[in-house]
Unconditional design. Structure first.
Length: 72
């Protein structure tokens, strides 16, 4: 998916936390992002919420997110 403000590409992997990977132009992992909804939701619902957040309010989502390193 593509972020609405920056045009960066992201992959939302299965899970509820530490599951968003920013990709470079060749589709390689660059940086990991972690943000979750306040409520306790099933993993599919969390992933959908993360996708919608990045596609509609990327700046707001990344403002509260934490980063983590990813392996290339």
């Amino acid at each position: 998916m593509v972020g609405c403000h920056s045009g960066r590409r992201y992959r939302v992997q299965h899970g509820t936390a530490s599951n968003i990977i920013e990709l470079d132009a060749k589709g390689r992992p660059v940086l990991g992002w972690c943000f979750v909804p306040r409520d306790n939701l099933a993993s599919g619902d969390v992933m959908l919420a993360q996708k919608i957040a990045l596609e509609t309010d990327e700046q707001g989502a990344l403002k509260i997110a934490r980063t983590f390193p990813v392996w290339r």
